[in-house]
Design a protein around this ligand. Structure first.
Ligand SMILES: NC(=O)c1ccc[n+]([C@@H]2O[C@H](COP(=O)([O-])OP(=O)(O)OC[C@H]3O[C@@H](n4cnc5c(N)ncnc54)[C@H](O)[C@@H]3O)[C@@H](O)[C@H]2O)c1
Length: 246
C-alpha cells in the first residue's frame, strides 16, 4: 500500500489500460479520480474499485479541453484533496495513409494525444510542487519507438509524449516529482479490437505469440508511481512482450 493517503488522476480510466491502471493504483492505496469522456465506463471502473474496498470518483471530461480539465481538477481537489499521481493515458488512434491524411486529422490527433497531457499536467502539477512529491506517468506507444505505416500523426503525437516526458523530468528533477513514460505495444483493449489489426493473426508473429494485457501496463505504471522508483525519471519503460528492445 505504498500510495496510501495519495490521490491519483487517471485520464481515460474508463476502459482498457486506463481502467487497469486505476484498479492497480487503488490496490496500491491511492484514491482515484477517473477521468473519461465515457461516463458509464468510468462509473464501471469506479464501481470495481469500490467493490475492492478502494476509493474512487468520476469526472466526465474531455482531457484535451482546458476548461473541462480545470473543472475536473477543481472537483477532484474538493472531493479528494491535492493530486500527487497523474497518469496521462487518454488517447486516440487512427490509420490513414500519409498522402490521404488531412490537416484536420493531424491537428485532432496532436490535440488529444499530446496537447491533452500538456494541459492536464499544467493543471495538476502545482499540487505536486507544493507537496515536494509527485509522480507523472505518461502512456506513449511502442509505435513511437519503431515507426508505423499509415500512422504518421499518431506516431508523431506519441513521439512527442516521450520527448515531453524527458524534458519535464529534467525540469522537475530537484522538486521530488518524477516523470516517466510507458510505451505499450499490442495490448488487448477496446482500442486494439476496434483497429484494423487482426489480433489473433498478428499475435502469431510476436515473440510471446499473444497480445499484452492491460494489467501488464498497469504493473509498470504502479512501479513508476511507487516510492521504489524515486531515483527513476525521464525513463521509457517498454512493455511490449519483446517486440522491440531498447
Ligand atoms: N492498446 C494498445 O495496444 C496500445 C498501444 C500503444 C499505446 N496505447 C495507448 O494507451 C492509451 C490507452 O489505450 P487503450 O488501448 O486502453 O484505449 P481504449 O480506447 O481501449 O481506452 C481509452 C479510454 O480513454 C478514453 N478517452 C479517449 N479520449 C479521451 C479524451 N479526450 N478525454 C478523456 N477520455 C478519453 C476513452 O473513452 C476510453 O475509455 C492510449 O493513449 C493509447 O494510445 C495503447
Amino acid at each position: 500500500m505504498s500510495l496510501k493517503g495519495k490521490n491519483a488522476v487517471v485520464t481515460g480510466g474508463g476502459k482498457g489500460i486506463g481502467r487497469a491502471c486505476s484498479l492497480q493504483l487503488a490496490r496500491d492505496g491511492a484514491a482515484i479520480s477517473i477521468w473519461d469522456l465515457d461516463g458509464p465506463s468510468a462509473e464501471e471502473t469506479a464501481a470495481l474499485i469500490k467493490g475492492e474496498g478502494g476509493k474512487a470518483m468520476v469526472c466526465v471530461v474531455d482531457a484535451s479541453s482546458k476548461q473541462q480539465i480545470d473543472d475536473a481538477v477543481a472537483r477532484t481537489r474538493a472531493e479528494l484533496g491535492p493530486i500527487s499521481v497523474l497518469v496521462n493515458n487518454a488517447g486516440m488512434t487512427g490509420f490513414t495513409p500519409f498522402m490521404e491524411m488531412s490537416e484536420e486529422q493531424w491537428d485532432r490527433m496532436l490535440a488529444i494525444n499530446l496537447k491533452g497531457p500538456f494541459l492536464v499536467t499544467k493543471a495538476v502539477v502545482a499540487d505536486m510542487l507544493a507537496a515536494k512529491w509527485g509522480r507523472i506517468v505518461n502512456i506513449s506507444s511502442s509505435s513511437a519507438q519503431t515507426g508505423a505505416a499509415a500512422m504518421a500523426h499518431y506516431v508523431a503525437s506519441k513521439g512527442g509524449v516521450i520527448g515531453f516526458t524527458k524534458a519535464l523530468a529534467q525540469e522537475f528533477a530537484t522538486t521530488g516529482i518524477t516523470v516517466n513514460n510507458v510505451p505499450p505495444g499490442f495490448v488487448d483493449t477496446p482500442m486494439l479490437r476496434s483497429s484494423p489489426v487482426d489480433v489473433d493473426a498478428y499475435a502469431q508473429t510476436t515473440p510471446m505469440k499473444r497480445p499484452g494485457k492491460p494489467e501488464d501496463i498497469a504493473a509498470a505504471v504502479s512501479y513508476l508511481a511507487s516510492e521504489a522508483a524515486n531515483y527513476v525519471t525521464g525513463h521509457t519503460l517498454s512493455v511490449n512482450g519483446g517486440r522491440y528492445s531498447n
